[in-house]
Design a binder for this molecule. Structure first.
Ligand SMILES: [Zn+2]
Length: 406
């Protein structure tokens, strides 16, 4: 299995310029190749081969006046840009065929993109120097902050510049494949909560972890500071960079949280059901903001690919199932309830229902999973979860995600 290891890079001034040039050249080759393929497609001609594009867009182009500068950067970087476009096309087509999560068609890159990247393969003869620098062809020896050690020698390194101007080296390392987790006995339904990130049909309520909430708080503070700065001032520029950096940190923290939680759910359950919220359909409702903020769809697609990878069942149920209107204990439909109603007693069977857990059980049942309804019953005296700081444990029900050991 291939794993990715990322480390912060600290290029000096000339190295930053050389990297900017490499990002630019890789981008131009990518865009030229994309254009050639789109043109062929519109004209109904066969898909141009990568070898042909390489000859035309790199080797030949270098001899022309308008593309002569392609010769200033490592040729491997340009070749790799073509190969990465190939992969993007392959993933796109595999997504259409349902072999992997769906993704958009490859698109043109811009110098304004949030993420700039170039990839160096073994052919580029990059290396890690004895002094611990990353030596890159036509760029130089770049200082690296090694936050952990690599398990084996990597063959490829991708150099990335993010929106906030940070540089990273991302290594692909070949490791022994993960053992398939043992089959699990439980099956679970998951509902998107309003007061929590997610609710499981077994009664677990999952809050965003502290590290994510802290990053979000920092972002809000940076945004407020930015709005107070005068337009066009140098302080405003500084504040804007701070906001971009805080944004990147929130995105990183959120991805980390989604990874931890999805891994845990897939390991612990043989089948997982979620409600297909069709996030786009919610765009105009007041739910929209919280749905987008919580990154629900990114989380759901992680669950989906991990389920595939570990041989678990994944079910998405339609969004028209009225999950909050049906009693999960007896199945009686007793009508919609306003959002502020967090729990009620079923008029038919007398079960005390927690809105969120009831919904999660209904999601599981709609997907045909074997879950018991009792998980949805609220024990008398259970206080609704607070939104305050920290992972408060109540009757062992509220779980803080981000548990170590995942
Ligand atoms: Zn009932």
């Amino acid at each position: 299995m291939q794993l990715r290891y990322s480390f912060r890079l600290y290029p000096n001034g000339p190295q930053r310029s050389a990297l900017a040039q490499a990002f630019g050249c890789a981008r131009v080759v990518h865009n030229d190749a994309l254009r050639a393929r789109e043109t062929a497609r519109t004209a109904g001609e066969p898909f141009p081969k990568t070898g042909d594009l390489s000859k035309l867009l790199i080797t030949e182009a270098k001899k022309t006046e308008e593309r002569a500068w392609l010769g200033d950067v490592s040729a491997v970087v340009l070749q790799q840009s073509l190969r990465d476009l190939d992969t993007a096309y392959r993933n796109f087509f595999d997504g259409l065929r349902g072999k992997r999560p769906r993704m958009g068609a490859p698109r043109f890159k811009s110098r304004k993109d949030n993420r700039q990247a170039v990839r160096f393969t073994a052919n580029a003869r990059w290396k890690i120097t004895t002094g611990g620098d990353l030596s890159l062809p036509k760029i130089g020896d770049v200082r690296v902050k090694w936050s952990r050690s690599l398990p084996s020698t990597p063959s490829t390194v991708t150099v990335i510049k993010d929106a906030s101007g940070r540089y990273f080296a991302s290594f692909v390392v070949e490791t022994e494949p993960d053992a398939m987790p043992p089959p699990a006995l439980s099956e679970v339904g998951i509902d998107l909560g309003l007061s929590h990130f997610a609710i499981l049909s077994d009664g677990t309520k999952i809050e965003s972890p502290r590290f994510l909430r802290r990053a979000e708080k920092k972002l809000k503070k940076a945004q407020r500071a930015l709005s107070r700065k005068k337009k066009g001032s140098s302080n405003r520029n500084k504040a804007r960079l701070k906001v971009a950096r805080a944004h990147a940190q929130v995105a990183d923290a959120r991805r980390e949280f989604h990874h931890q939680l999805s891994t845990r759910i897939i390991r612990e359950n043989q089948a997982v059901a979620v409600e297909d919220l069709a996030v786009k359909g919610l765009a105009r409702t007041r739910l929209a903001k919280s749905v987008h903020d919580a990154g629900w769809s990114a989380f759901v697609s992680m669950l989906e690919y991990k389920a595939t990878r570990y041989g678990r069942t994944f079910v998405r149920i339609g969004r028209f199932e009225p999950t909050s209107q049906i009693c999960c204990a007896c199945g009686v439909k007793d009508g919609p309830k306003p959002l502020h109603v967090r729990e009620w007693t079923c008029s038919a069977c007398g079960a005390v229902l927690d809105r969120d857990i009831n919904a999660a059980v209904n999601v599981a049942k709609a997907a045909g999973l074997a879950v018991s309804a009792c998980g949805a019953q609220v024990r008398p005296g259970l206080v609704p979860a607070q939104r305050g700081e920290a992972g408060t444990h109540r009757d062992g029900q509220t779980t803080v995600a981000g548990i170590p050991g995942l």
